[in-house]
Design a binder for this molecule. Structure first.
Ligand code: HEC
Ligand code: HEC
Ligand code: HEC
Length: 458
């Protein structure tokens, strides 16, 4: 009996030894996060929490605990560390290389983690009793997230409580040079930008079809069919880069893409400039606006300025965000809550509800295997960067005016909102949504149709 008690006591001691030892091993304190981080008192408080409780799994600065050398537990922990670093490298995410503010996507994810209190993973907490976030840690993260949003991202002229939200109302378009807008609008509808004068930008981005062609794939010159769905031009100004794979840095650079694409407009700048220069009144207009005649850079600039005017504020959802409770019905409000709870806004973030990051299509299950028939377009960001990590990553599409921009996804396979929300539920989030929940989210998405120049899009 006594022997048994001794053995039992010994076993208990052994079990306790692992978590207790973690009190003494310590975490990567004094990392670049606190040393090099911005001189922002709110960030300093957050960095202090992350350094002690999170960096072990979310950076390359891991200090492996003693038990990492044990066979089974060690393997599990190492897998968590590797998975955590891949999901979010906090060093890179919180100290952006360009010195700019932390991205809205990272802010949304940290906020969601603080709301849900789901980090670190349970398995780790079993061995690190002091590893969890307490109320104070969570409050520090939430305060900082809201502060960064208000300072760097949210539209001006709204109460801070509205500006601090993960999704903010679309603002009115910026003040733009009216002459450039008007010139750009005409060029956007000018078929001389295509080799055989049959197609304009508007052929594939019709302003009365939600800024798209509402087709699975677009038809270019000579009836050639493309291999990727045309996204909308409305609100594209808010995207960090242009195209599904981000190969154009901004709208002006993007405009050269279709002109030079053999299966879209099939032309090139010298040809287009040559044609437009013959138009004497147009040549004069360019001279008076740009101080020089028609040229590739001017054409691209005018089109880009026009596209900056393609902003669609005042959807029912925007009015709701600004405080008009009656702008959404009860089902739509429930749909919005589900949208937030199910992490949709950790990718479809900010005023455009997307366009801020390149995310894996098929985070929770293999979308491409299930769909079959792989294409080059499926490779997404990889086509541009050639980095293996970027395979199947796509720019997260904006969800503004989503009811009008069917069919959906880069491959245009989802024909209606119910289908595409079902796909997002299955491949991007956990837990999956029920049929009823999908219906409510779809009702919510229908409230995202805004107004262009004071008239609702149709
Ligand atoms: C034991 C390792 C570990 C620790 C410690 C840990 N995490 Fe994680 N974290 C993970 C793993 C693994 C994932 C990926 C979960 C998944 O994909 O299901 C993750 C995911 C996340 C994500 C989501 C990233 C995304 O792409 O959606 C956030 C945000 C996050 N962690 C924040 C934190 C914070 C804040 C802390 C500290 C309080 C923390 N983590 C501590 C392992 C860890
Ligand atoms: C033949 C159809 C077609 C024509 C003509 C066309 N586009 Fe596109 N557009 C597309 C397709 C398809 C894509 C997506 C291509 C990709 O991402 O690889 C796209 C992408 C874009 C994007 C990026 C949006 C985003 O969310 O990334 C913008 C902006 C755009 N086009 C503007 C224009 C402009 C300006 C013109 C005229 C100079 C034009 N397009 C002409 C089919 C067309
Ligand atoms: C991990 C990031 C991520 C999460 C989480 C996510 N999405 Fe997406 N969403 C994407 C990406 C990436 C695409 C484009 C994928 C493609 O075209 O292959 C997309 C596409 C969509 C589209 C189609 C847009 C279009 O113009 O084609 C809708 C609608 C959508 N998501 C809704 C949702 C909803 C609702 C949720 C929550 C249940 C959600 N998403 C969660 C990344 C995400």
């Amino acid at each position: 009996m006594k022997k048994l008690a001794v053995i039992a006591g010994f076993v208990v001691l052994l079990i306790l030894a692992v978590p207790l030892s973690n009190f003494f091993i310590g975490s990567p304190v004094g990392t670049a996060l606190t040393v090099r981080g911005p001189a922002d008192p709110l960030f300093a408080k957050v960095a202090a929490v992350l350094e002690v409780k999170c960096l072990n799994c979310h950076s390359g600065e891991t200090r492996l605990p003693l038990y990492a050398s044990l066979p089974v537990v060690g393997g599990l922990i190492k897998a968590d560390i590797e998975k955590g670093r891949r999901a979010l490298d906090m060093m890179k995410a919180l100290l952006p290389a360009d010195g700019g503010p932390v991205s809205e996507v990272v802010l949304a994810r940290l906020e969601q983690t603080a709301f849900k209190d789901n980090m670190p993973p349970g398995r780790y907490l079993a061995l690190h009793w002091d590893g969890g976030m307490d109320d104070d840690d969570r409050a520090r993260i939430l305060d900082w997230v809201r502060d960064v949003r208000i300072r760097f991202y949210a539209p001006a002229g709204l109460p801070d409580a509205v500006r601090a939200q993960v999704i903010q109302p679309l603002p009115e378009p910026a003040r733009l040079d009216a002459r450039k807008v008007s010139l750009g609008k005409r060029l956007f509808h000018d078929t001389r930008l295509s080799r055989d004068d049959t197609l304009s930008c508007a052929s594939c981005h019709a302003l009365n079809k939600g800024g798209t062609d509402q087709s699975r794939f677009s038809t270019g010159i000579d009836g050639q069919i493309g291999g990727i769905n045309a996204p909308t031009v409305y609100n594209a100004v808010f995207h960090v880069r242009q195209f599904w794979d981000g190969r154009a840095a901004d709208l002006a650079e993007q405009a050269g893409g279709p002109v030079n694409n053999p299966i879209e407009m099939g032309s090139d700048w010298p040809q287009v400039v040559g044609k437009l220069k013959q138009d004497v009144s147009l040549e004069h207009e360019f001279e008076s606006i740009y101080g020089q005649g028609v040229g590739a850079a001017n054409i691209a600039d005018a089109i880009a300025v026009f596209e900056k005017s393609l902003v669609t504020p005042d959807s029912p959802f925007d009015r709701f965000l600004k405080g008009d409770e009656g702008a959404l019905d009860d089902e739509q409000k429930q749909g919005y809550l589900l949208f937030l709870e199910h992490d949709c806004a950790t990718c479809h973030v900010g005023k455009a509800m997307g366009g801020q990051s390149f995310e894996l299509m098929g985070r929770k299950a293999d979308y491409f295997k299930d769909r079959g028939n792989p294409t080059e377009a499926d490779q997404g960001l990889f086509n541009f960067t050639k980095k293996p990590d970027d395979m199947h990553r796509f720019k997260v599409p904006s969800l503004r005016n989503i009811a009008l921009t069917f069919p959906y996804l880069h491959d245009g396979t989802a024909t209606d909102l119910t289908q595409v929300v079902g796909i997002m539920s299955k491949y991007q989030v956990r837990p999956e949504l029920s049929k009823q929940e999908i219906r409510l989210v779809v009702r919510f998405l229908e409230s995202l149709t805004g107004e262009y120049q004071g008239k609702p899009l149709k």
